[in-house]
Write a protein that binds this ligand. Structure first.
Ligand SMILES: *Cc1c(COP(=O)(O)O)cnc(C)c1O
Length: 359
C-alpha cells in the first residue's frame, strides 16, 4: 500500500488509467423543452422509419459488415468522392477519438482552441497526447497564425462550438497549408448550417481529414453515426486502427437507417432551411431582449446578457422545464448555449424570458 497524505491508496491504483471524463449535456427523461445538446427538433427522413418497419431482423443473427459498405457507398456518392475516402464510426465522437489515436502520436503538442469542443482535451489526456490550447481572440475567433508554429497535429471545429462562429474556407485552407507535415482534422459537426465544407480541399491536401456527423443536421443523434472524409491512405490508417480495436463498431440497424438518411437529400435540405429560418428569427428576438451573442452559423446561439447572470438564468430556465447548456468555465462564465429548436419551442423560451425580465 502507498500512503498519500492521510489517504491510503491500493498499489494497483497507480497503474490505473485515470481520466476526467467528458460531461455531456443532460438527457432528462421527463418532457422538457430541450435546447441543451444541439439535437435536431425534426424527425429523421421518412425513409428511416420505413427502413426500421421493414427491417430484416433475422439479419441481426449475423455480425454486421465490418466495412460498412452500403453506408460508405451512399456517403461517397453524396460527397462525390471514392469509397476508399470514407470512414464511418459510432458517431463522430468515435471517429474523432480514432483519429486522435491514429494520427496524433508525436512528442510535439497537438493544437486546438481554448474554447472549443471539450472532448478534444479528454481524448488527448486519455491517450497521453501532449496538447496546447490556442486562445481565441476577444471576439472568440480563431487566430490562424497561432497554428503556424511547430506542432504534433491540429484539430478545430468549423463552425466552432460552443461559439457557433464559422471561419471562411480560406482561413481553414491557410491553416492546412501551414501544417503540411502534420495531420489537420476539421470537425464539421455543424457545417450544413454554415457554409463551404473543407471536403472540397481533400484532393489538394494529403494531410487533411474532415469529420462530420448524422447527429445534428441529419436528426439521428440516437443512431450514433459519424464519418471522416480524407484521402485513401489516411482512411486506410484509420481502418487499420479500427480493426485493431473492434471490427464491428456500426450496428446493422444504424447502417441501414444511415443509408436512407443520406439518400433523401431534399428532406435534409428542407430541414436545414427550417432551422436556419428559426435561427435568424431567434437572433432578432434575443436582440430585442438585450442579449448579446456571436453571429451563429450553426444550429445554436451562444448568448450573454449584460444585466442577468448566466448561471441564474440557466437555473431559472431549467426550473421552468427549458433546458439550455451552461458551463461556467473560464472566459465563458456569462454565456449560455441555446440550441435552435422548433419555432414553437423558441416561442416558449422567449415567453419565459420576457416574463422573467418583466418585459
Ligand atoms: C455534437 C458534436 C460532435 C459529436 O457528435 P456525435 O453525436 O458523436 O456524432 C463532435 N464535434 C462537435 C463539435 C459536436 O458539437
Amino acid at each position: 500500500m502507498i500512503r498519500m497524505g492521510k489517504e491510503i491508496m491500493r498499489a494497483f491504483e497507480k497503474n490505473i488509467r485515470k481520466v476526467e471524463p467528458y460531461v455531456p449535456g443532460e438527457q432528462p427523461q421527463n418532457k422538457v423543452i430541450k435546447l441543451n445538446t444541439n439535437e435536431n427538433p425534426y424527425p429523421p427522413a421518412p425513409g428511416v422509419a420505413r427502413a426500421l418497419r421493414e427491417m430484416d431482423t433475422d439479419r441481426f443473427r449475423l455480425y454486421p459488415d465490418p466495412a460498412c459498405t452500403p453506408l460508405v457507398e451512399a456517403l461517397s456518392e453524396f460527397y462525390h468522392v471514392n469509397r476508399d475516402q470514407v470512414f464511418v464510426g459510432v458517431g463522430s465522437d468515435d471517429v474523432l477519438s480514432m483519429c486522435f489515436l491514429t494520427f496524433f502520436n508525436s512528442e510535439k503538442p497537438v493544437l486546438f482552441p481554448d474554447i472549443t469542443y471539450s472532448f478534444y482535451k479528454v481524448w488527448a489526456e486519455l491517450y497521453r497526447i501532449p496538447y496546447e490550447c490556442q486562445k481565441l481572440d476577444e471576439d472568440f475567433r480563431i487566430v490562424k497564425e497561432d497554428y503556424y508554429k511547430e506542432n504534433g497535429g491540429v484539430i478545430f471545429p468549423n463552425p466552432n462550438a460552443p461559439t457557433a462562429i464559422y471561419e471562411e474556407l480560406e482561413v481553414v485552407e491557410d491553416i492546412i497549408k501551414a501544417n503540411r507535415d502534420v495531420i489537420v482534422i476539421v470537425d464539421e459537426a455543424y457545417i450544413d448550417f454554415a457554409g463551404r465544407s473543407a471536403v472540397e480541399l481533400i484532393g489538394q491536401y494529403d494531410n487533411l481529414i474532415v469529420v462530420q456527423t448524422f447527429s445534428k443536421a441529419r436528426s439521428m443523434a440516437g443512431m450514433r453515426i459519424g464519418y471522416a472524409v480524407s484521402n485513401p491512405a489516411l482512411i486506410r490508417y484509420l481502418n487499420d486502427v479500427k480493426y485493431s480495436f473492434n471490427s464491428y463498431t456500426m450496428n446493422q440497424a444504424s447502417l441501414v437507417c444511415g443509408v436512407e438518411a443520406v439518400r433523401d437529400k431534399s428532406y435534409f435540405e428542407e430541414g436545414i432551411r427550417k432551422i436556419i429560418k428559426t435561427r435568424e428569427w431567434a437572433k432578432g428576438e434575443f436582440s430585442k431582449l438585450g442579449f448579446r451573442f456571436l453571429d451563429s452559423s450553426a444550429n445554436f446561439i451562444f448568448a450573454t446578457h449584460p444585466e442577468y447572470d448566466a448561471k441564474e438564468l440557466f437555473e431559472a430556465l431549467k426550473a421552468a422545464g427549458i433546458y439550455v447548456r451552461y458551463w461556467g468555465s473560464e472566459r465563458i462564465e456569462q454565456y449560455m448555449r441555446i440550441t435552435v429548436g422548433t419555432r414553437e419551442e423558441m416561442e416558449a423560451l422567449f415567453a419565459f424570458l420576457r416574463k422573467y425580465m418583466g418585459k
